[in-house]
Design a protein around this ligand. Structure first.
Ligand code: C2G
Length: 718
């Protein structure tokens, strides 16, 4: 047999499936797989049995030990192939990776391939053009350079190495079992020391999957584990005991110094005087003392200063130096960034002020609008509680009108920090900044901004948007929510799984933002609104409100949008009867050009509250936006312009419901289909009558015009 592939497995059956699928699809099949199960709690038997006919898998359980090093040693001891090949259960290979690496022959003790990094699963990776995060240009260098130059010890790995098994065993190379995170380093150092010939095979591509879920599936190399620092020092000690090229040890010393500067000092400062920080001080003190002057020359000034601090003979003196050093860095940052300056003032001054129990801060769509449930909760409070509270709205645009006695502040201004810190209540329809620490005495009411069609946070396997650390961030943010509003029984269930949120804290009260769809759904109110928006009285209204695409962005919160609706064609077909209101999502940075057809297409993207737009429109057309859940309260026709359905559903997001079967209107893929649906809207209504009713029962059952009242009672009259 050519290859023995050793795969340690602990958690994540969905990862393992991709890994094994990629092995099943290899062009070279002369290999065995040794799957070492390390205290697996998931049910994997079904998955494994699906490869009975295609893969030669030897399963073995770790019995008395745990950890990746033990698993690999056990795997090696069971291997029969000429060559050893290590894989992680969350990674996968390009189809010809094994064939390519085996082609490179033979006289070399070790052949190593190219590693590509991605956030995505195998399907998305293959389908998408830009799923590779990086292919580490230094993979082209020698393995030794690779070890010496890698940015971080965690990136040094024995993955994608094809190693002569006999040689490996004769040299007695083993993974050190008490090294939990960095055992690859000592093994590689020994390989480099003993191997006479090492070859590189650029065409053998290994895809290393970065984890975007540090909460449920933390990766060994990136998760924040308590004993990370102990392990780094232990690895360093072991490395110094191995007979290896001293350049590797030197390189490791540099990495350690960088680590001390970037991470350790911050932890030491945060964890004032605790046992943990004292013991870390002793460990790193010992290391810092051994760093020789030649190494120090390679360090930055800051890194050298860090080592100097750690060299202090007393813990107190070390802390003093660290604090001074970090204070100076902070000062520099404060000068550079206004927001950081305000945050610091907030931390040292505003948090010392008392809490104002009758202050409430409202924010809707990141301070861009006076809208959504926050608005209607505010109006209900104004009406029923009046001056009992002080109301503060975070609003960026001076021209947006807010009725009533209200204090307006700009998002991230100094006043913003002041009010956010002093107010007892926060009412927000999106996530608050992750770095804004809520005081224990504060209460946050998260209204959320829609019934989810698209999968959210922990229900998503991959994150394709601009923030790959989304899951961890949302987890931290949602821990601060004291209440979360659900609009229907469906959202009540989904919010528990997608936010890993306690059901006791979910308010099953319906959306305050939908109250007006019941209270103002009459001719007088509608014609007042039409006048305000500038809609001709003799025209029917088509509202087009699409959502954003996760993978099309300029930056976080700034997404691209290309209008696929052919406006001139639409005008020609329905312009006599209709006007169209164009409403882009609040994340969209691009604006829609309506030049030449202003009498037909009105851009209402800046209009504060979409609920008014629902009221004035006769048909709502969206794609995958949650707008249709709300619009259904009006029982008016809904169309879905889903020209990129497959990509959106299968690659970008995934949906909670079957869009092809369960939504209350037709899916339309071309402009021609859109035109036909609008022209035959009566037939569409007839055709979808039953589905619409079922949909209404399921998703609109808690909305009745009085949700704001119920929410105020639940939160403010407690
Ligand atoms: N919205 C809007 N205009 C659009 C699209 C959306 O004003 N063209 C508003 C609606 O109030 C909608 C909300 O933004 O309900 C959320 O928009 P979605 O398109 O559903 O997208 P997203 O912000 O990703 O929220 O649970 C809901 C999900 O989180 C979706």
């Amino acid at each position: 047999m050519r290859l023995s592939i050793v795969i340690p497995f602990h958690k994540g059956t969905h990862f393992l499936k991709d890994c094994l699928d990629s092995l099943q699809d290899q062009t070279m099949q002369d290999f065995e797989i040794i799957l070492v199960k390390d205290y697996v709690e998931e049910e994997v038997a079904t998955l494994l049995s699906s490869y009975d006919k295609t893969l030669n898998i030897k399963e073995v359980n770790l019995e008395n030990q745990t950890g990746v090093s033990s698993a690999r040693n056990l795997g090696v001891s069971m291997a029969c192939g000429d060559f050893l090949y290590f894989m992680d259960s969350d990674d996968y290979l390009k189809e010809d990776a094994l064939e390519e690496i085996c082609k490179k022959n033979s006289k070399a003790e070790v052949v190593y391939g190219k590693t590509l990094y991605t956030w995505f699963n195998r399907f998305v990776y293959t389908e998408s053009d830009n799923a590779t995060v990086s292919d580490q240009e230094y993979t082209k260098r020698s393995l030794r350079d690779l070890v010496l130059n890698r940015m971080h010890p965690r990136e040094i790995s024995i993955l994608n190495l094809c190693i002569n098994r006999k040689w490996f065993i004769e040299e007695k190379i083993k993974f050190q079992e008490d090294l939990k995170y960095y055992s690859d380093i000592t093994v590689l150092a020994e390989i480099l020391q003993h191997a006479e010939k090492i070859e590189y095979c650029e065409t053998a591509e290994y895809v290393k999957r970065l984890h975007n879920d540090e909460i449920l599936y933390p990766s060994l190399s990136r998760g924040r584990f308590e004993d990370r620092e102990d392990q780094l020092i232990l690895t360093y000690e072991r490395l110094s005991q191995c007979k290896i090229d001293t350049r590797i040890l030197d390189a490791f010393q540099v990495k350690l110094a960088q680590y001390c500067r970037m991470t350790l000092v911050k932890l030491l400062r945060k964890d004032k005087g605790s046992k943990w920080s004292q013991s870390q001080y002793f460990r790193f003190h010992k290391y810092a003392k051994t760093v020789n002057p030649n190494i120090k020359k390679q360090l930055t000034r800051q890194e050298r200063k860090t080592l100097e601090a750690l060299c202090q003979d007393e813990y107190k003196a070390c802390r003093k130096k660290i604090n001074r050093m970090l204070a100076i860095t902070k000062l520099g940052k404060m000068i550079q960034s206004r927001r950081f300056f305000y945050r610091t003032i907030n931390h040292y001054i505003f948090t010392k002020f008392s809490q104002k129990n009758n202050w409430i801060v409202f924010e809707s769509f990141l301070g861009k609008q006076y809208s959504d449930s926050c608005r209607y909760i505010y109006e209900e409070l104004q009406k029923t509680k009046g001056n009992q509270y002080r109301y503060i709205w975070i609003i960026n645009d001076k021209n947006i009108e807010i009725p009533g006695n209200v204090t307006r502040v700009k998002r991230f201004s100094l006043k913003y920090f002041y009010y956010m810190t002093r107010a007892k209540y926060w009412v927000n329809n999106m996530r608050q900044p992750v770095w804004f620490e809520k005081r224990d005495s504060q209460v946050m009411l998260e209204t959320w901004h829609g019934t989810p069609l698209k999968k959210l946070v922990f229900d998503m396997e991959d994150v394709t948007s601009a923030s790959p650390t989304y899951k961890k961030t949302v987890f931290t943010q949602s821990r601060a929510w004291d209440y979360l509003i659900a609009d229907n029984p469906f959202s009540y269930e989904v919010f528990q799984s997608c936010f890993l949120y306690e059901k006791e804290k979910i308010l099953k009260l319906g959306y305050p933002r939908n109250d007006i769809l019941y209270l103002k759904n009459n001719d007088t109110e509608i014609s007042k609104l039409k006048e305000k928006i500038g809609i001709p009285k003799d025209k029917k209204v088509l509202l087009y409100a699409p959502t954003w695409r996760d993978d099309e962005y300029y930056d976080k919160g700034e997404y691209k949008f290309q209008l696929k609706l052919d406006l001139p064609k639409l005008k020609e077909a329905i312009g006599d009867e209709y006007v169209v209101l164009l409403r882009t999502h609040y994340f969209i940075a691009d604006s829609i050009d309506t030049t030449g057809i202003e009498d037909f297409a009105i851009n209402v993207s800046k209009y504060p509250d979409i609920a008014d737009l629902y009221l004035v429109s006769d048909i709502c057309m969206t794609d995958y936006s949650s707008v249709f859940f709300d619009y259904a309260n009006l029982k008016r026709p809904i169309l879905f312009f889903t020209y990129d359905l497959e990509k959106y559903r299968d690659v970008l997001r995934g949906f909670y419901i079957d869009i092809e079967k369960e939504v209350p209107g037709p899916l339309l893929f071309t402009n021609e289909e859109v035109i036909q649906a609008i022209k035959g809207i009566d037939q569409v209504e007839e055709e979808y009558k039953e589905k619409y009713e079922a949909f209404y029962e399921r998703f609109c059952c808690w909305d009745d015009g009085y949700a704001a009242k119920r929410v105020v009672k639940a939160v403010f009259e407690k």
